[in-house]
Write a protein that binds this ligand. Sequence first.
Ligand code: DX5
Ligand code: ZN
Length: 224
Amino acid sequence: MVEILPSLLAADFAHLGEEIAKVERAGASMLHVDVMDGHFVPNFAIGIPVLESIRKVTRLKLDVHLMISDPDRHAPEFIKAGADHVLVHQEACVHLDRTLRMIRNEGALAGVVLNPSTPVSTLSEVMDLVDHVLVMSVNPGFGGQHFIPNALRKIQALAWKRKELGLNFAIEIDGGVALDNAAEIARAGCDWLVAGTSIFHTHDVAGAFLELERTAREATLARA
Ligand code: DX5
Ligand code: ZN
């Protein structure tokens, strides 16, 4: 079943607990948490103390997107702080095989992220080590950017590769996801759609979540 993952980057940080409660009540099963170090990406966001606080107020799975330069060094701390899924960037990992194995050994699901300029083929040797692959549909670092359409081809390529290899990793997308592209994304073969602005920058957060979910799920009925 296709899932929508609200991205807390777009939430009101002064009322984070209430924002989380809104999407939890609306039926979300996972939350996307963006971590930025001002080095791998030109911005700062959520660190360990905030993640620990989030962990205390929700039972939803926490999908933690590490936009940091040294994920090897820091991933275990994020798992200890409550991350259920840890996503590392292919571009930040010199020893990606080792990093993915380490995340699984530490007890989290291991995800890998591809920037818009990074091809799917860079993952060919680690396909069996990933629990989910996230395709960036914007250049990471900021919410509210425009969707880059090459992500759709990458989603299709991953779905095809997964079938060919008989694997079952989840395919995820992040950046510029909204009502006007959710159906197309789901039809391309995406399982998890991260959405920040299109959920939290609305007057009705729960309604926006449900509308996106309905749109994406209906589109998968047409999926081959
Ligand atoms: C961007 C982050 C995203 C961000 C998406 O670097 O990784 O998770 O929150 O925000 P929207 O949905 O606003 O593009
Ligand atoms: Zn993200």
